[in-house]
Design a protein around this ligand. Structure first.
Ligand code: ZN
Length: 581
């Protein structure tokens, strides 16, 4: 941890002034409100000052912030516009380009123009203002956020658009794939695949795609460090850690987190929905904590705005957000407010005051303390997401995560690469949950088998086999999913309905049958292996537990109950407890 951090934490709000529309008086009023709310810092989108050649206005802003006792973290935001630089557009599988500038679609991160524009702004700021004493520093180094949300987007499914399609097939990405194939001793003349019909090739293509953004960030951060040494962060965006679509957007958090000094993520509890999903807010922090290697500062966003659908933030939300951050290891918080709308310009920012004071006091008190070491890990399977192209694994994992958190378990999310690299032994987990993992590389199978042989408990559930190249765990013990299986019965005779899909099990003779489907076929088994055991379920336990990672439904017209299966939660908690976790 940085020296003195706990008494000088990141407690900030995003600020995105438009120098054409917001005069100095407006900016002064905004900054005074921010300081008055006991926010300590602004995370400043500075691109527009460079685009509009308004550097003296930017200097005035920094001076004014300093006068008010606010520090400033520069944020590289939208550093180019697609209409000005159409040549950078992402090329989709069907040959179309991604033309929608909505959100932060800045084209292909392998296009040289994208790198040039980003570098011009980042280097420009550090050259022009890197010595300004208003800048937030840790151990004497300026903290800078390099790119606010980076992804390959060709649709907006969260607003009802179609699912995203594979990208990017531009000449730069084709060249990168050639290099990738050479690096993996494969034929460099192999064409990039357009679909998943060849599972091996498809996986290589998606893995190569996932390298584009981390490579861009790493190079950009190196270039900035040549101007002056900085600590780098980047806002890893939105709900994508919980969705398979992060494969198409090129957002593997572990690859991205590896290039950062400080992990920062963009989840909010109420953004695109009428239900309040605080468990995804927690989940994103635990993903981030793992993605930076469990040993770096992580920070989260705070929601001080009403949902984009118009639903109001629940009154207790800010309190819940600060405690969620702390409970999941985020010792920094950056609010997003409602700046441009004049009627509510300050309302929610003012409401943060009490929580800012509380958060700052708690961060100070936590100096010298660590999060409890998790004894339970959950596997995040990039390969299952890439091969299945659906959310059966992702949401099964997220809903199982919620179950564990509700039982009070600290949980580590672990990546396939971490598992293959020996993290299960290194961090001493007692149990690993691999939920809906329909496609895993051989190295992950071997590492998990070793973990079980050495005394670990593996809990794994339904996972339809997709292909021979990447198989689910213990596929010989799994039957084909059938529509007929709708219910299984736990040892205490409590029935649990199958919510999505289930297949009967064909476990080895030594297996103990824990639960059966209504046709008497095995639904959950315990199979001893070496010093450990496998709990194998034929249905998706996460999906069967709940239908939503939250608890409020804010819709006034058609509010729905969120389903939970307390008996299933109790059974899984008892199973983990019996394994010593
Ligand atoms: Zn490209």
């Amino acid at each position: 941890m940085f020296s003195g951090y706990h008494h000088h934490p990141i407690l900030a709000i995003y600020y995105y002034p438009d120098p054409d529309k917001w005069d100095h008086a407006q900016i002064s009023r905004d900054l005074a409100e921010i300081a008055g709310a006991q926010i300590q810092s602004i995370w400043l989108f500075f691109d527009s000052f460079y685009d509009k050649n308004a550097l003296s206005r930017l200097r005035d802003l920094l001076d004014e912030a300093q006068r008010l006792g606010l520090t400033v973290t520069p944020v590289l935001g939208q550093f180019l516009q697609l209409d000005e630089y159409p040549e950078v557009k992402i090329v989709n599988a069907d040959g179309t380009t991604s033309d929608n500038p909505r959100y932060w679609n800045m084209g292909c991160f392998r296009h040289p123009t994208v790198f040039e524009r980003a570098t011009a702004h980042a280097v420009g700021f550090l050259r022009d203002f890197g010595g300004h004493s208003a800048l937030y520093r840790l151990d004497g180094k300026v903290v800078m956020s390099f790119v606010h949300e980076a992804y390959y987007r060709n649709s907006v499914p969260e607003y009802g658009g179609p699912a995203m399609q594979p990208s990017c097939y531009c000449e730069h990405c084709q060249m990168a794939f050639r290099d990738y194939l050479i690096g993996h001793n494969l034929n460099p003349d192999t064409e990039p695949p357009r679909d998943a019909s060849d599972p091996d090739l498809w996986q290589h293509w998606q893995n190569c795609h996932a390298e584009a953004i981390p490579a861009f960030l790493a190079r950009l951060i190196r270039t900035a460090n040549n101007v002056m040494p900085v600590y780098a962060t980047h806002e890893l965006n939105d709900f994508y850690p919980a969705s398979w679509q992060s494969v198409y957007t090129g957002n593997d958090w572990w690859r991205m987190g590896a290039v950062l000094d400080i992990g920062h993520e963009d989840m909010y509890p109420l953004e695109f929905d009428h239900r309040y999903q605080c468990y995804v807010y927690d989940y994103a922090k635990d993903v981030m904590r793992s993605a930076v290697g469990f040993n770096k500062l992580i920070t989260g966003n705070g929601q001080a705005f009403d949902s984009w659908q118009g639903y109001k933030l629940p009154t207790n939300s800010m309190s819940e957000q600060i405690y969620s951050c702390l409970a999941h290891g985020a010792l920094g918080l950056v609010w997003w407010g409602q700046w441009p709308s004049s009627d509510t310009r300050y309302a929610l920012t003012r409401q943060t005051q009490r929580y800012n004071a509380e958060y700052a006091a708690l961060v100070a008190q936590l100096e010298g303390w660590q999060l409890a070491q998790a004894e339970v890990a959950l596997l995040y399977s990039w390969t299952s997401m890439s091969q299945a192209l659906n959310d059966e694994h992702t949401y099964d994992t997220l809903l199982a995560y919620m179950l564990l958190v509700q039982c009070g378990y600290p949980v580590d999310l672990v990546s396939e690469e971490q598992v293959a690299g020996g993290i299960l032994a290194a961090r001493g987990y007692k149990a690993l949950l691999a939920m809906g993992c329909s496609a895993l590389p051989t190295s992950v199978h071997q590492a998990i088998e070793h973990f079980v042989e050495q005394g670990g408990l593996l809990v794994t559930d339904h996972a339809p086999k997709l292909n021979d190249a990447f198989q689910p765990l213990y596929s010989a013990w799994r039957g084909i999913a059938t529509e007929g299986l709708r219910l299984y019965t736990l040892p205490d005779r409590v029935p649990v309905p199958v919510q999505i899909s289930a297949g009967p099990l064909h476990p080895p003779r030594e297996a103990q049958i824990i639960a059966r489907f209504e046709d008497d076929s095995p639904a959950i088994c315990r199979i001893p292996r070496g010093q450990g055991a496998v709990i194998l379920a034929g249905s998706y336990l996460g999906w069967d537990y709940s239908n939503y990672p939250g608890y409020y439904d804010l819709a006034a017209m058609f509010p729905f109950h969120t389903r939970r299966d307390a008996a299933l939660r109790r059974w899984l908690a008892d199973t983990l407890e019996n394994a010593g976790a």
